[in-house]
Design a protein around this ligand. Sequence first.
Ligand SMILES: NC(=O)c1ccc[n+]([C@@H]2O[C@H](COP(=O)([O-])OP(=O)(O)OC[C@H]3O[C@@H](n4cnc5c(N)ncnc54)[C@H](OP(=O)(O)O)[C@@H]3O)[C@@H](O)[C@H]2O)c1
Length: 337
Amino acid sequence: MRPKVDAAWHLHELTRGLDLASFILFSSIAGVTGNAGQASYAAANTFLDVLAAYRRREGLPGVSLAWGPWEGGMAGGLTDADWQRMARQGLRPLSGPEGLELLDAAAGAADPLLVAARLDLAALRRSGEVPPLLSALVQAGRSNAPARRTVGDPATGGDNALVARLAALGPAEQQEILQDLVMEQAALVLGMSGPGVIDAGRTFRDVGFDSLTAVELRNRLSSATGLRLPATAVFDYPTPTALTELLAQEMLGSAREETTALSAYSGLDKLEASITEIIGDDTARTRVTARLKDILSLLNDAGEPNEVGEDGGSVADRIQSASDDDMFDFIDNQLGI
Ligand SMILES: NC(=O)c1ccc[n+]([C@@H]2O[C@H](COP(=O)([O-])OP(=O)(O)OC[C@H]3O[C@@H](n4cnc5c(N)ncnc54)[C@H](OP(=O)(O)O)[C@@H]3O)[C@@H](O)[C@H]2O)c1
């Protein structure tokens, strides 16, 4: 941040009294739209944009060019994965001649801030993460062809559909779907061909994730699941397996609790139904009645200290929080079934 802000401000002050034909600042689209992992860089570039506007107000020349990436220069050190990440964000590199043409065109521009970038609007739309400042542009460039969407595609939006789909499945299938989602998105972020290329037990770091790609994966998973995941999720839960477990916990935790409570009640329903079947059998009825009295007195004792037990849970709470296995074990033991 400092080299850009200080240098620009020094130039502004040192040239203030000179009769300049132009004062052109090289800023970046990172300041206009924001970019993962580039907070300070983005802020520095926005300072340049504002400096150009400030100079215009002072009657001085000034234009800030917010460049998209070029083929050379500081972008020359970017890896293939970096370029693929930018391509998914709809940013294509400018060639040298294109950059020079844009520079010429900008010199006489009326606006103090111009974005000079090659945008791939279709890719930007597919990314599902259109920066607000570009949304009108993406709308205007919308073609009639529907965007390709997959289950894990963040373009499908913060996904209540995914939650609903998971709710209808057993734990093993839920786990499988979430793991596929994590693997699919991780492979996509790394520019790999499919989810199968990543080993679920290997750390994200080992397969090539850095802070930028980690944030991108977090963003994609947040969009696909509707969860607010921490920016460090990919490092705190360092393998696809661990991250899948986090998603399962966050998405299905309360649903799992609800299922348990419902199972407990359904256990009572089954008990009631089986009692009506033995109602005509005197011996069985006497035995069951004795057992039920035992159960009731156990429940009463458990609620005894005060209606709310010492562990903070009332009898009703304990029944609600018991798993169905607990309930059936309890019933089996008490009835001697
Ligand atoms: N390349 C892109 O894709 C791109 C995209 C958007 C915006 N921009 C902006 O365009 C400008 C030029 O980018 P570039 O790609 O041409 O960069 P570059 O090739 O890396 O050149 C950067 C220049 O800045 C100098 N510099 C770096 N750190 C400095 C510091 N702390 N103090 C003083 N000078 C320093 C370097 O000096 P030395 O040669 O002595 O190291 C070099 O001359 C930058 O402001 C950049 O933010 C570039």
